[in-house]
Design a protein around this ligand. Structure first.
Ligand code: FAD
Length: 378
């Protein structure tokens, strides 16, 4: 009984590690398209422009010690679910007893697919983007989601002038609500960012050594470097013709089994468990542990009842989001000025706590997360 894991980022590597932790003794292979030793993604948009941001998820020695075979620089191009095998780009065929799909996402470029424009997903992307920002005077960031906001902060710390554009009136409004979104707008402005919210980049074209963007209102933005952070697409092209059900990710049941299959699971950003697909690190780790346990201990199938969690570092703010938040409702907010910290808690119509957002208050975030997990939040 062997396991083949496709994708060697956090979901894939954590699955491999968890298999060993759960006592799985069979062969485990991780096939990863990139040639890099597996690394973590959150540091790519954090820290400083001068830093390399490479944080390994596993070393070659560790993989060896754990009996995890890493096939790096190998892309899986197809899956034959009936004959239980995958084919690699060099023509090699790998049979499997269990397959774990952990192929994650690719950043969306359209409609800004102009040569020289940066996106950020891989270590190579991060290295290219950091070196471009380090040599730039003016940066245009399109998209003020988590990645766009973190890149903006990274560039401001390096003294680069940044224009940040997003069609929404405030950043992350759908995740944190309008009021906290306003405060994030203020945070950017206090750090000297030119914010252009509620408008889009209508067109982007090369201009001299850099770029010229035209906004919806006709305003022009000139920049040496452009970073686009407008969302991603699931890496499922290699599953075409496999018979697997794909609909905004690999469609899985509540413990990650691809529906209509036996012994095929999906984890992390590419996986849609029980109708929900999540693009956050902690979710990838929790799903990996759940699937590894199901494979290692088939008679004791894990249940999965996570409390959603994501963090983001923007300037001197650590923002942590927990649980679910109906942002149409007004949260209870507690805040302190010196040093600044804030906790916003959302309740449902019956007054039950459903989730929260904290800024620079990790203990409160942890308390809320634990209480929600125990069903004791009040
Ligand atoms: C810059 C950045 C910052 C982030 N910061 C945060 C944060 O602060 N907090 C947070 O909660 N989350 C953050 N995230 C999100 C988090 O990193 C992701 O949720 C996590 O990486 C998902 O892991 P994954 O293994 O599912 O997918 P991915 O990390 O996308 O990895 C998928 C892997 O599969 C490989 N692959 C794809 N197709 C194939 C194929 N056909 N054959 C072989 N290999 C293939 C890819 O090369 C890739 O290595 C950040 C993401 C990025 C990009």
């Amino acid at each position: 009984m062997n396991v083949v894991i496709v994708g060697g980022s956090v979901a894939g590597i954590r699955t491999a590690r968890a298999l060993r932790e759960q006592g799985y003794a069979g062969p485990v292979r991780v096939v990863e398209a990139e040639a890099e030793v597996p690394y973590d993604k959150p540091p790519l948009s954090k820290g400083s422009v001068d830093g390399d941001a490479c944080v390994p998820l596993i070393t070659l020695e560790e993989a060896d010690d754990l009996g995890i075979e890493l096939l790096l620089g190998c892309r899986v191009v197809s899956l034959d679910a009936d004959r239980r095998r995958v084919t690699l780009d060099d023509g090699a065929v790998l049979p499997f007893a269990h397959l774990v799909i952990a192929t994650g996402l690719t950043p969306r470029r359209a409609p800004y697919d102009v040569a020289g424009v940066h996106v950020l997903r891989s270590l190579a992307d991060a290295r290219a983007m950091r070196s471009a920002i380090a040599g730039a005077a003016r940066l245009l960031v399109i998209g003020a989601g988590f990645i766009g906001a973190e890149v903006t902060a990274l560039a401001r710390a390096h003294g680069v002038d940044v224009t940040l554009v997003d069609p929404e009136p405030v950043p992350l409004g759908r995740a944190v609500g309008r009021d906290l979104g306003e405060r994030l707008s203020d945070l950017h402005r206090r750090h000297g960012v030119e914010t252009r919210f509620g408008t889009t980049v209508r067109s982007l074209e090369p201009a001299g050594e850099g770029f010229r963007a035209t906004l919806d209102d006709g305003a022009l933005v000139e920049a040496d470097v452009v970073v686009v952070g407008i969302g991603s697409e699931v890496n499922v092209g290699w599953l075409a013709g496999s018979g697997l059900l794909v609909d905004d990710g690999v469609v899985c049941d509540e413990v990650g089994a691809a529906v209509g299959t036996v012994g095929i699971h999906a984890v992390g950003d590419v996986a849609r468990w029980a109708g929900v697909r999540v693009e956050h690190w902690t979710n990838a780790v929790e799903q990996a542990v759940c699937v590894a346990r199901t494979i290692a201990r088939p008679d004791d199938v894990a249940t999965h009842a996570p409390v959603a969690y994501v963090w983001s570092d923007q300037y001197d703010w650590r923002i942590q989001l927990v649980g679910s938040r109906d942002v149409a409702r007004v949260p209870d907010v507690v805040e302190e000025a010196e040093p600044f910290r804030l906790a916003a808690t959302w309740r449902d119509a019956d007054g039950r706590v459903t989730g929260g957002v904290t800024v620079n208050w990790p203990r409160e975030s942890l308390r809320l997360r634990s209480a929600l997990a125990r069903g004791e939040a009040s």
